[in-house]
Write a protein of this length. Sequence first.
Length: 414
Amino acid sequence: MASDKALYKLMVLGDRDVGKTALVIQLCLQHFVETHVPTIEDSYRKQVEIDGQPCMLQVLDTGDLEMLGSRLALFLCSIGAVAAGHLSRTNKEYGLSIPQDQHKTSAARFYASAVNQLYLDIDSDNAGSDATLGACLLLCVYEISYTQERSWLGHLQGAAGLIDSRGGPRPGHYLTRLFSLLDISGLPFSGRAPSFKGAYWAGDITNGGEIVRWPYYDSRGAVADRTSALMTLITGLSDLRPGTSNSATATLQAQWDSCPAELPDMSNDWRVLTIPTLSESASLENEAFSRTRLCFYGCKIYISQILRPDYALPSQDQELARAINEILEIAEKTPEGHGLETGLYWGLFMAGVAIFNDVGKEKFIRRKMSVDTEGIFRADRPLAVLEKLWAMQHKHNRQFDWRGWLELRPFVLF
């Protein structure tokens, strides 16, 4: 059950080697530390009473001010690069008058400053801080969004090295969550294994009895739980090779069957059938469930593509046909213009590679993947692959392997 206690956050700042950590540990753990170990960044929690009311105090113990300033400079430059890059694509949408080229210049400048500072921090006492790891992940996001090469993999591997130097992934930690999303989501297209073994992102969804809301509306921890299950499934997909046993399909179905009924049995018409009207949190949770269902069916098609090199036609495979139809129906029922399009791309792409000379479905997928070509980074790339695939199929009246084109041009598809 979520805690109703108020949470107060406190940051301890000061010069180096003055005993800040000893005071913090004395306050939170009732223990005095007699030995000195330089602090990079630690966090403590303590239940206290303020004005007679029980509450939770979270204390962030920092290193010296010079280290903190260096970390903040790196982190802010990384945020600036991502933010300026985003504005360079979307300032028309927000009615901004600043030229897009100016935002592009600012993004490049912030990015260069962040990279230079990152090299300095990695060789200093800052290397183990959350700020350094967070900046490295933000640079990875920037490169996925704005560069044409696979340089994002370099920063992802660098982030993995930082995590390893910190003792490995911390289950449930917010940076572990962000890292895992970047790491796992690219597996089917990058041809590599996960950075760490096992479901390293899957931590306890509670923290001292309090549900960790990630995303913020997930008061039950249900979205985090379903997302973790989906990531486990995608991790398994990265190990598939042609000729692999059909046990992979059975494992996928078993994972699906183990989900609560609200997920596999969810109606695609829930937006109009729900009475009474859902709260904002419940609506957002259902939207997340719809996207999870769509990704699941995309995984089913992916497995079929890997295990069956003969490429069965939808008319010959009922499970394949159902997966395609479910994806298209979920996409059709998803409202446009509310930022929900991003979650559709994986499923729509897999449905697109599975259909064969179906002009109607091609037209629908083309329209859905063209709704937001500015706000969604690289929105044009998966559709470009599909257009080439469909054209070849119509011309030669046979199916082609879309993965061959990805190998010829090593870009990030999603």
